[in-house]
Write a protein that binds this ligand. Structure first.
Ligand code: ATP
Ligand code: VIB
Length: 258
């Protein structure tokens, strides 16, 4: 079984130039308060998309995250490449502002069966046919901490696109899928993430998993809702390994800036 390596180096101001971290990042901004480190994520991303009302957040909140700078200059600099969704939340002045700056506006109001996040992930997939999927990593800002139906819809996108690396990010934590098709090695950047973490079975009745590097490791241990799931676990080593017979969600806390 192949090994898949993970590192949250996108949370660092400069991504170390080691070959492991040579990923092509894309950023999707959702209609939720922007995490404080959004400018940093944006600087790492080759492509920035707003999911519908996410454009209002960029327009309203990016200047607040960079209070020393002129709001208009900030708005001009942090221009989304694409705004896509069913366009029922973006304000007209915001749509006009970014359309005038050259953002591509993709109105998919006819599709009321997939979420705006799903529509944005599809766009990135279609826009990068030549990028090896293992080199692509989609960062999703504002995916957690809001309406529960939206949060679960956002996690469902991880399951729908299980062959693409997608990381859901809030100010407090990140979540990603660990597909059962691979063994996983998670390199912990202890200056920016942890120690609290969790491993949660998803889209399965139960999962048997084996881990190393955690305070409460699993040893071919069964996890299921209604039984044991690994919440409030603690990272103990720099490298965590995970293997499971079913897909798992990995979540780890993000440290607050001091
Ligand atoms: N409260 C929230 N919590 C988590 N994610 C959210 C929340 N609100 C929006 N999102 C995410 O941002 C995307 C765009 O949000 P937007 O409000 O434009 O969607 P929407 O389709 O108008 O939602 P709805 O009509 O259900 O309110 C959503 O697809 C979802 O992924
Ligand atoms: C069974 C079922 N439940 C809810 C919706 C509604 N819905 C799901 S995604 C979406 C678009 C949001 O931008 C909307 C309106 C549906 N179509 N089918």
């Amino acid at each position: 079984m192949d090994l898949m390596s993970h590192s949250s180096s996108f949370l660092l101001p400069c991504i170390p130039p080691s070959s492991e971290d040579k990923k092509t990042y894309a950023l999707i901004l959702l209609n939720q308060p922007l995490p404080k480190f959004t400018p940093l994520l944006w600087n790492h991303a080759k492509l920035c998309l707003c999911a519908d009302g996410g454009a209002n957040r960029v327009f309203d909140e990016m200047p607040l995250l960079l209070p020393q700078q002129d709001p208009l200059l900030v708005r001009n600099r942090y221009k989304p490449d694409v705004i896509k969704g069913d366009m029922d939340s973006i304000r007209t002045e915001v749509k006009d502002f970014y359309a005038n700056l050259g953002s591509q506006i993709v109105d998919e109001s006819q599709d009321q069966d997939t979420t705006d996040l799903h529509k944005c992930v599809s766009f990135i997939q279609d826009a990068n046919p030549n990028v090896d999927k293992s080199d692509l990593c989609i960062l999703v800002a504002g995916a957690l901490g809001g309406r529960f139906d939206h949060e679960i819809g956002n996690i469902n996108v991880l399951c729908k696109f299980s062959d693409i690396r997608i990381v859901l990010i809030s100010d407090d934590c990140l979540i990603q899928l660990l597909p059962r098709t691979h063994r996983h090695e998670i390199n912990i950047l202890s200056s920016v993430e942890g120690p609290h973490c969790g491993l949660i079975p998803i889209a399965t009745a139960s999962a048997k998993a084996t881990t190393s590097g955690l305070q409460w490791d699993l040893d071919d241990t069964e996890m299921k809702f209604g039984g044991l799931i690994s919440t409030s676990n603690i990272v103990r080593e720099e490298t965590i390994t995970v293997q499971s017979d079913s897909d798992l969600l990995w979540t780890i806390s993000i440290q607050k800036p001091t």
